[in-house]
Design a protein around this ligand. Structure first.
Ligand code: ZN
Length: 164
């Protein structure tokens, strides 16, 4: 009864993630499969929705539109900051995510998209995969019932990622 992906079940799956271009941007190959608690918004909505009902051992190709992934790319939000303003122990690199404090004191994640020849760092609040249609190849390798504690917390308790 517990062999299908569904709400309040802990799902372990292997995946390959590619873009429309065919470029692979992420994969579980050579690593542990990804483990998550289904039905609690722990993975992107379009993937969670389309994995519903999959059985252990089943493979599926799943296409997720940006609206159900990392959202649309919103232009004109990027800012340029001199690299010299970064803390001395932090070397800016393209792809790195950093928290930026807004004028009203909130912390917002930005991603470094460019480092110019004249030492400026371009920061963009769009997720690096915003605006992208995602092509997943997934294979479910294990499904089990979540414990009461996992259901209450809304996430999985294994693999050393737990920090309550
Ligand atoms: Zn917990």
């Amino acid at each position: 009864m517990t062999s299908k992906v569904g709400k309040d079940r802990v799902v372990k799956f292997e995946y390959v993630l590619a873009l429309d271009s065919g470029d692979v941007v992420d994969s579980s190959e050579g690593r542990e499969p990804l483990t998550y608690l289904h039905g609690h918004g722990n993975i992107i909505p379009g993937l969670e929705r389309q994995m519903e009902g999959m059985e252990v051992g089943e493979e599926r190709e799943i296409v997720v539109e940006p609206e159900e992934a990392y959202g649309p790319y919103i232009e004109g939000q990027d800012i340029l900051v001199p690299a010299s303003e970064f803390p001395p122990n932090m070397k800016p690199e393209v792809g790195m995510g950093i928290m930026v404090e807004t004028t009203d004191g909130r912390q917002i994640p930005y991603f470094i998209t460019e480092i110019t020849d004249d030492g400026m760092v371009r920061l963009d609040p769009n997720h690096p995969l915003a605006g992208q249609r995602l092509h997943f190849k997934v294979k479910v390798v294990d499904v089990r019932e979540a414990t009461e504690e996992e259901k209450a917390h809304g996430h999985v308790h294994e693999g050393g990622h737990h920090h309550h």
